[in-house]
Design a protein around this ligand. Sequence first.
Ligand code: PGA
Length: 272
Amino acid sequence: MPRKPIIAGNWKMNCTQPEAIQLIRELLPLVSSDDLSDRVEMVVAPPFTALAAARQELAASTISLAAQDVFWKQSGAYTGQISPAMLVDAGVRYCIVGHSESRGRFGVPEPDFDETVLRHFGDSDETVRRKVSVLFQFGLTPICCVGETLAERKAGRTDATVIGQTERALQGLTAEQVATLVMAYEPVWAIGTGEVCDAPEADRVCGLIRATVERLYGRTAAERVRIQYGGSVKPSNAVELLAKENIDGALVGGASLKATDFAQIISAAPHR
Ligand code: PGA
């Protein structure tokens, strides 16, 4: 069964409510053809404060809403956190977890720490695993990010890093759950830097994620799991990336904040 490409816009810490409404109003007419929604699944991930406004604007569209993070507890004294039940209440369908900007290793010196790729929020493989697991409990679909830093790539540790992060994020899930989730291969050095991972290499690493899923959860899960590439995706490189066999979509940061660019990236999704 062919996998339907999924293109998600990660707005990060951008867009007040009026800005979110404006962006969506610019985007909708550009992507509202039936042909497009038949061939590609579209998602936007506004910041928490704009979810309600975005939900209203998207109500009559085929674009789904995603959150950018979640906490794994249902409620309680967790100042600043958002629970999965709150995301359900906000009309969210997908949730990004383990984004490299949310991962980090507080207390552990990071020789490769790069100020231009800020990683603040202390997500670890274990917190990512908990978040993935709780999202399933609440009927939400994770968009689970993995990817190596520049130092890891230079040290020849790309494959081990990506395989290890994938294994640990998915631990404890059933094959059926894994089949429905979305993985995103996001090389940290390619995020927000304008430096894109070339398409054959992005395809190779996405294939590695798929092989890891196959080894642990079987063939069917591996054939069904969708794996996005993310990191400086733009209209000029989207066609080549999205044509690759193991790349089932894109997680788009900067370019998703411009309606025309995001619409062009969505249109670049192949017929499958
Ligand atoms: P970018 O971000 O497209 O701005 O590189 C991608 C991401 O962080 O998801």
